[in-house]
Design a binder for this molecule. Structure first.
Ligand code: TNX
Length: 524
């Protein structure tokens, strides 16, 4: 009896040990190790006899640095019956590598697993020896997202592309791009050139900085770049609040002034505002062909007092019989959601919009206010699709270590990489995170305190690796020992790539990158 237990324990132990050396993040749902190995000639071009997967294989080969002098065959079969979208099986046996996937996303995910195996495999200079494996894998959530705020500070094409590369490496598939806010308008709109010429001037730390923004050509380039990496790009045009930069360019659409928040809102009482918004949305549509536009809807309360003195809003309220300003806010959001819907696109918005009673079928809600669980409950009970991105633990502008001084905290709480790794099981109940309407998770990087690339990377890495597991791996399969061991190998990848990361195992390796000194006494 005792012996049996011992053997069982040893087997478990050795399989964890082997799993550790695979260094896969996110870790696949099921891995069976074989005694055989598969040899890949270094630099060999991996190809398939099926021409339908060129995009996926080109990406794999470019990441492997393949030259194309030698060729090695990959067997790829796509079979929609093997599982949900994005799922795949990858076998590396002695004689061949084969991929069976539910769809193209599944083929892409399989190639990423292969890429990670290759990166951590042993090599003798001529051959890389891949371990023999049978992997059966599928994503936990369809939406595995990352948001970057480029209004508060602008980082530019190269940094965005780099983030997209790492997202792809972690099987993250949605890039939410916060392109408009109070501190800067960052996307060229041909019909309204002042949006970028004037609205693009300044940022959170320097209101006079030269205008920075993406031309429509830049946007197309980045969207195509993301597509090759299986990433959908969702632009955010934040309204009716956070609109200061647009109003600086076109004051005729402003909802008015109030101390501290001058021109923070659009004017819901003027028809020309809706025409302007519709024109902008119409130009955004072809730039972002994936079919979703985020219309913001957050924190309108911060500047809504201006509407008390606004004749147009007053007239609107009388005409519609509104008794409080929130009704005018809801009216604005409904009209804009309707415009997006008529363009044939899905509408996304922050969770405040749940109160606006937008049509359930075409709207996806980002739940961000962890201190308002009722907004999440209400979104789900109303039947909205929901993405979980609560400040705790999904805001990457929060600090990740008790000793860090720059970045947000919430009642003293902050977001360690393990908090991100264990989300959502550590924060929500099963009936919520297994609810079919919960389509995924997302981390958001707001950039009020982020000016330099080093700080950006310091906040993102290694939490992006943890985010990958949050979106992909079911709670029961999570294992800190396994994850930490793989993460150590990934820190070496960051180092080799010149990424300035936070090392949770050796916090003094890279000191905290601080761009904006916190105000004395400020915690939040
Ligand atoms: C809240 S999250 C905001 C952002 C800030 C962020 C800072 C959300 C929808 N609105 O405008 O940048 O907090 O953490």
């Amino acid at each position: 009896m005792k012996r049996h237990i011992l053997i069982f324990a040893l087997t478990m132990f050795s399989s964890v040990l082997n799993a550790q050396s695979l260094n896969l993040i996110p870790y696949p749902q099921k891995v069976t190790e074989l005694s055989s190995t598969f040899q890949v000639k270094k630099g060999a071009w991996l190809y398939s006899s099926n021409a339908g997967y060129k995009r996926e294989l080109n990406y794999l080969n470019s990441e492997l640095g393949s030259k194309g002098n030698n060729k090695q065959l990959l067997k790829i079969i796509v079979d929609p019956f093997i599982g949900k979208p994005g799922s795949y099986q990858l076998n590396t046996t002695a004689k061949k590598i084969s991929i069976t996937a539910a769809d193209k996303a599944g083929v892409f995910n399989a190639t990423i697993t292969l890429l990670q195996l290759y990166r951590s495999a042993k090599s003798n200079g001529t051959y890389v020896t891949l371990p023999g494996l049978r992997i059966t894998d599928e994503p936990r959530y369809e939406w595995r997202g990352f948001m970057l705020d480029e209004s508060r500070h602008f980082f530019g094409k190269q940094t965005v592309k780099n983030l997209l590369n790492w997202m792809a490496f972690y099987k993250l598939n949605r890039f939410h791009w916060h392109l408009t806010d109070a501190q800067g308008w960052r996307v060229e709109i041909k019909k309204y050139p002042l949006l970028t010429k004037v609205g693009g001037i300044g940022n959170f730390t320097d209101s006079t900085a030269t205008a920075q923004y993406y031309t429509q050509q830049d946007i197309k380039e980045i969207v195509a770049y993301a597509k090759r990496r299986n990433i959908e790009v969702v632009p955010e045009f934040d309204m009716p609040g956070h609109a200061t930069a647009a109003n600086k360019a076109y004051p005729q659409y402003s909802g008015g002034k109030v101390t501290g928040f001058d021109d923070f809102t659009f004017n819901p009482g003027k028809e020309i505002t809706f025409q302007f918004v519709a024109d902008v949305l119409k130009e955004l549509k072809p730039l972002f062909p994936d079919g979703r536009i985020h219309i913001g809807g957050d924190e309108v309360f911060m500047g809504i007092k201006a509407w008390d003195n606004n004749q147009d809003v007053k007239a609107l309220m009388t005409e519609k019989g509104f008794t409080d300003k929130q009704q005018a806010e809801a009216y604005f959001l409904k009209r804009v959601a309707d415009t997006v819907t008529k363009l044939g696109y899905k509408v996304m918005c922050w969770d405040e919009a749940v109160a606006a009673n937008l049509p359930v079928n075409n709207v996806i809600i980002n739940w961000w206010r962890q201190n308002k669980p009722e907004a999440l409950t209400q979104a789900l009970s109303s039947g909205y699709q929901v993405i979980l991105s609560p400040r705790l633990p999904m805001y990457f502008d929060f600090v990740q270590d008790s000793t860090h001084v720059s970045g947000r905290k919430w009642d003293g709480r902050y977001n360690t990489y393990l908090d991100v790794y264990h989300f959502p099981e550590n924060s929500l109940t099963k009936d919520v995170y297994e609810n079919k309407k919960v389509i995924g998770v997302q981390a958001n990087l707001w950039t009020e305190t982020v000016v330099t690339k080093n700080r950006l990377y310091y906040l993102v890495f290694p939490r992006m690796a943890a985010l990958a597991e949050s979106g992909w791996t079911i709670g029961d399969s999570k294992n800190d020992v396994l994850f930490n061991s793989s993460l150590k190998a990934h820190l070496d990848y960051y180092k080799a790539a010149g990424i300035y990361y936070y090392n949770p195992f050796n916090p003094t390796e890279n000191i905290e990158a601080v761009d904006v000194k916190p105000k004395a006494g400020a915690q939040d």
